[in-house]
Design a protein around this ligand. Sequence first.
Ligand code: FAD
Ligand code: FES
Ligand code: FES
Length: 480
Amino acid sequence: MSARTEVELAATVNGQVRAMDAVTGATNALDWLRAQGLTGAKEGCAEGECGACAVLVARPDEQGGTRWTAINACLIPAASLDGAEVVTSEGLGTPGELHPAQREMAVRGGSQCGYCTPGFVCSMAAEYYRPDRRACDPGPERGPNGFDVHAMAGNLCRCTGYRPIQDAAFALGEVPDDDPLAARLSRPAPAPRATVLDGETAFVRPAHLSDALAALAETEGAVALAGSTDWGVEANLRHRRVPLLVALDHLPELRTFEVTPERIEIGAALTLSEIERALAGSVPLLEEMLGQFASRLIRNSATLGGNLGTGSPIGDAAPALLALGASLVLTSVRGDREIPIADYFTGYRQSVREPDELIRSVRIPLPLLPRSSFLKIAKRRFDDISSVAVAIAADLDDGVVREVRIGLGGVAATPLRAVAAEDALRGRPWDLGTVAAAATVLASEGTPIDDHRASARYRAAMLEQSLLRFHASTTEGVAS
Ligand SMILES: Cc1cc2nc3c(=O)[nH]c(=O)nc-3n(C[C@H](O)[C@H](O)[C@H](O)COP(=O)(O)OP(=O)(O)OC[C@H]3O[C@@H](n4cnc5c(N)ncnc54)[C@H](O)[C@@H]3O)c2cc1C
Ligand code: FES
Ligand code: FES
């Protein structure tokens, strides 16, 4: 990583290097792009919900090449694009020579008012260039061309309706050899660049963890930033401003992934999409959780460090990690320490993490308990925050509950282990009698409240149902 000390931020957008003049740490990438005259990307919500702001960035893939990755420009600071290669809808094609995603949207009636269309075509283009798209088996949520419809789960359209948009996506063909964006994939993504932007809201992207820890320790009120999917909402909707943002997203020490016979260790700054690819289904509970986490657009930026860093009682990672018996590695200038996730949360948005500590990684002990389930109750199936989340991992060998761990979200001020329900199951036969009794115990765990997402009674009922449903999935083949 090349270190720089002067303010000379620049990004390559649609092949043209653009200096980031008049940018502060509080300027978001969407506003900057639009101020450049690139008004294709729109602001629909400014909180990651609609995808009208989607653009493509060149990110490293696992083979040393590049992956075109769609992200929400409204959520990230413009300064975080320093050194990046960006493609907006204007860079995909021109009115005379439309990109295949643009052409299919036009000819199949996928666009009416057009407000959402630039965002849709960027999400579609990312999926169009996904290297293993053709290799995928077509299925109910994939087109005959391997197009995963969930690639567009973070894009909303208020007027066209989704059928013509899906038709357009499923009509995309093979990527031709002479496609310039496809040709870019075989070369490495831009090298991470250390960034320094002084000013009222300063922004730094240190090259190493020690520099990030020092920057956080030196400036009171400094905030660490990973994928910025939580921070972006704070900044846009709650107008939160801080003296310094310290970007962690390129820190090599937080981007590790390691599997040993004893554990899987996941760096806190890997994006959730990167984690999905690295795990490749090897931790079914995480695969199930990640598949229901927000949308592909959000998962392309969001991290485990950010999800746990907020201390939120309704984050989806914590219940799953509780059920997996995971621990967190916290790091500071004093060194590293490992904390079981069951001991991490201390109160509403509070944890044992000291103000100068970062989450470095998440450790999942091996072997995994063989059966698992992640049940997320939300108002929408995708792109929504949980009302209740229940993660269960169990060893049910010979029809007896040899071991069980249950992690809960949304039923107390913190995520928690359902210890009483676990005790009501452990060592007992895995039959309906045991499960029904334990489900009643589970319904009384936590201190659920009434809020705009769900009533306390509904939350308790969902806890009870989750265990009965898990039992049915193991005995009757009902989907968990
Ligand atoms: C539209 C939308 C949908 C969403 N859906 C879901 C969902 O389904 N489930 C869910 O759980 N969440 C959801 N979220 C919330 C958010 O995406 C997640 O919490 C995400 O994991 C945050 O990660 P991030 O890297 O973007 O965090 P950031 O926004 O970068 O940071 C969030 C906080 O964590 C701190 N932080 C970041 N990294 C670290 C670290 N390594 N150590 C210590 N602190 C750190 C930051 O200082 C900051 O306070 C959604 C958000 C949006 C906008
Ligand atoms: S403007 Fe709606 S997701 Fe960015
Ligand atoms: S075409 Fe109008 S919002 Fe989608």
